[in-house]
Design a protein around this ligand. Structure first.
Ligand SMILES: C[S@@+](CC[C@H](N)C(=O)[O-])C[C@H]1O[C@@H](n2cnc3c(N)ncnc32)[C@H](O)[C@@H]1O
Length: 293
């Protein structure tokens, strides 16, 4: 059992991979405070070490050029949370926490001009490996950066999006969303998905044991995996639904919709704590659809 499985945690990351630097010993899973810099440092290392496992475990589900918002399988091709197809052509789109940039690749195929940002060098190497998804080179820029400090001029983008990228991992979501607002043009849409906050009250298990409340939904203490010296090697941050709404508004956005994707019958795939069993009963993902005020 990994430390991640042993503790109540939200588990945006796959649960079957080693999160130990060097792989020597299991990290300890705790709930404790973790600041912005510590969280980014820990998560950069974690994603660099685990990107290969993540892509080999989930790459088929994600597809090379598919925009899937969540383990439930909500697809932007059908959901159109960023607006109608006509709203994508020739638009500058920022993707945050892009991983191997599957969503950006789909956006490029729709005629948009995506820029894919991620904290992890190794995740972006997978984006290069996949290229354009048809044997050719990537057709859009990759940027290695922390979403807490976006290296773009004000008003550079028409749209911004993130599928489980950055927001579940940062201590200071208002700082990230204020950066997103800064680089968006007036009226620009900002859509992001995160673990549904309700999941934080439950064990991160796909089976029936993941259906019994074991922690307080109201406990915002971060989930931290730490090494023997107490240094964080992985961090996730909890915000309640109300916190997320307040963060959106405090960052200068209007909330247009809050989507809680239901688990479709055809999806039989488990992803960490996400499973058909739990998906039929409780929400696993929250997608916030916002517009720059
Ligand atoms: C769960 S993965 C999602 C990746 C991709 N969006 C997908 O759907 O496969 C989370 C990603 O967020 C990135 N990330 C975490 N913290 C970040 C930060 N502060 N700034 C930018 N990216 C971050 C990680 O490196 C990782 O690639």
């Amino acid at each position: 059992m990994t430390a991640e499985q042993a503790a109540t945690g939200p588990g945006s990351a796959p649960s079957s991979v080693s999160s130990v630097p060097g792989g020597e010993s299991e990290p300890e899973a705790v709930r404790r405070r973790a600041g912005g810099a510590e969280s980014s440092r820990a998560n950069r290392g974690w994603w660099d070490r685990n990107a290969d496992e993540y892509q080999s475990e989930h790459g088929a589900f994600l597809g090379d050029a598919r925009f899937v918002w969540c383990p439930e399988g909500l697809d932007e091709e059908e959901a159109r949370l960023l607006g109608p197809a006509s709203a994508l052509a020739a638009r500058d789109v920022l993707e945050i926490g892009a991983g191997a940039a599957q969503c950006s690749r789909w956006l490029a195929e729709q005629g948009a001009r995506p820029v894919a940002v991620d904290l992890s060098h190794r995740q972006l190497q997978h984006a290069l490996r996949i290229g354009d998804g048809r044997g050719g080179d990537l057709t859009f820029p990759l940027v290695e950066a922390d979403a807490r400090l976006l290296p773009f001029a004000d008003g550079s983008f028409d749209l911004a999006c993130s599928a489980y990228g950055a927001l579940p991992f940062v201590a200071d979501p208002v700082r990230v969303m204020s950066e997103v607002r800064r680089v968006l043009r007036p009226g620009g849409r900002w859509v992001f998905s995160v673990t549904h906050p309700f999941r934080w009250a439950l064990p991160d298990e796909p089976g029936p044991e993941g259906l019994t409340v074991s922690a307080s939904y109201f406990d915002r203490t971060p989930y931290v995996e730490q090494d023997e010296s107490g240094a964080a090697v992985y961090v996730e941050h909890h915000r309640t639904v109300g916190d997320r709404v307040r963060d959106v508004v405090a960052s200068g956005f209007r909330l247009l919709d809050l989507v809680e994707p239901e688990w479709p019958d055809h999806n039989r795939q488990e992803w960490g704590g996400w499973s058909p069993l739990r998906g039929k009963l409780i929400p696993g993902t929250a997608v916030f659809v916002c517009e720059r005020d």
